[in-house]
Design a binder for this molecule. Structure first.
Ligand SMILES: Cc1cc2nc3c(=O)[nH]c(=O)nc-3n(C[C@H](O)[C@H](O)[C@H](O)COP(=O)(O)O)c2cc1C
Length: 344
């Protein structure tokens, strides 16, 4: 059914890709991270989750969430979706806006998504979840994928064990999902506790479609280990990529060590300046400042004196002040830390 659509391999030759994150994986971050791809490599770039009820009435580029640049290659909007009408109206728009693939969110556990039966709520209804994939894949000329968790919120009489997950994903694949991204935590864990990579390994053994593994990668060696232990097709990195953009060019198993901590700090600075440059081009100042602050909230845990950086960025009132704050902070030699407790 999906054989005429490009494969994950074709769309994302790079072994590592960025995870979708609300308020964080907008154009400026995607473009600044793309600067870190190895020469000539392409990746797939998921947007933050976008509400399929809103897309049909939105104008392209009307806000940073749906700002797509012509130069972006491998755009993969992530949809919160479950109604046929909105899927039917959203898919052609997303394709016209340059999408190379469309992902459906079946992992978001926040109340707002659950209230509308979006996100991880779909994991409680295998039949309907498969229908959502079918509705999307049958209308899309690009591949459709699903990002989900190891278990959802069981309905009465359900047990969300591995067999359930396997049957659930089997249904999605039969309905036309071209690949699956697994963040192996339960809905109840949110982002706490460890991601259980052994679930990725079990899925990889049992399923015929490519599997993207995700969760808790912080250093290059973690990418090697996830790949080795699970056999996943691609490694998706969320929070750590926001402080360690060079992880994007880590080649699993090649034995190349991470840059030294001071060089990592320089690369982090280069990344933030790249983000700022795109924000100036594309976002109104308020929207840019808000997103830069949020980016620092998520990356500062790895940054020596990250709280100081956060304070300076919070105090900046326009792009010039923000630029001055970054210049000042990155003029001092500091380090990026190897690991944090991943509390956020
Ligand atoms: C602030 C934030 C927002 C997120 N938003 C989304 C989202 O919109 N869609 C999604 O599928 N996952 C979302 N996630 C989950 C990440 O994609 C990822 O699965 C999770 O952070 C684990 O990966 P990591 O340990 O590499 O960060 C979000 C995570 C964070 C930290």
């Amino acid at each position: 059914m999906t054989s005429s659509k490009p494969s994950l391999e074709e769309l994302c030759p790079n072994p590592v890709l960025l995870a979708p994150m609300v308020g964080l994986t907008h154009y400026a971050v995607r473009a600044a991270l793309a600067d870190f791809l190895p020469e000539g490599k392409r990746a797939l770039w998921m947007t933050e989750m976008l509400n399929s009820r809103r897309i049909p009435s939105q104008k392209p580029n009307e806000n940073p969430e749906i700002y797509f640049h012509d130069a972006e290659n491998g755009l993969c909007p992530q949809l919160l979706a479950n109604e046929e009408e909105f899927i039917r109206l959203s898919v052609p728009r997303l394709e016209a806006w340059g999408s190379r693939a469309i992902d459906i969110n079946m992992g978001c556990p926040v109340k707002k998504a659950l209230k509308h039966n979006y996100g991880v709520a779909l994991m409680g209804d295998p039949h309907y979840a498969a229908e959502v994939v079918r509705m999307t894949a049958s209308r899309a000329s690009v591949p459709v994928s699903v990002k989900l968790r190891a278990s959802g919120i069981p309905q009465e009489g359900q047990v969300h064990d591995f067999d359930y997950l396997l049957r659930f994903i089997g249904g999605l694949v039969e309905a036309g999902a071209s690949w699956i991204t697994l963040h192996p935590r339960s809905a109840g864990q949110l982002r706490k506790g460890a991601a259980d990579w052994s679930v990725i390994a079990r899925l990889k053994r049992e399923l015929p479609v490519p599997i993207i593994g995700n969760g808790d990668v912080q250093i290059g060696e973690d990418i090697d280990r996830m790949k080795e232990q699970s056999g996943c097709d691609r490694v998706m990195v969320g929070r750590a990529l926001l402080a360690k953009p060079w992880l994007l060019r880590h080649v699993p198993g090649a034995g190349v060590p991470d840059p030294d901590p001071y060089e990592q700090h320089e690369l982090y600075g280069r990344f933030l300046k790249g983000v700022l440059r795109r924000m100036k081009e594309a976002y109104p100042v308020e929207a840019g400042l808000r997103r830069m602050r949020f980016l620092i909230v998520y990356s500062k845990a790895w940054v020596e004196f990250g709280e100081y950086l956060y304070g300076r960025v919070m105090a900046a009132q326009d792009y010039e002040e923000l630029e001055a704050a970054l210049e000042r902070f990155f003029s001092t030699r500091q380090r990026i830390l190897e690991r944090t407790s991943l509390r956020n």
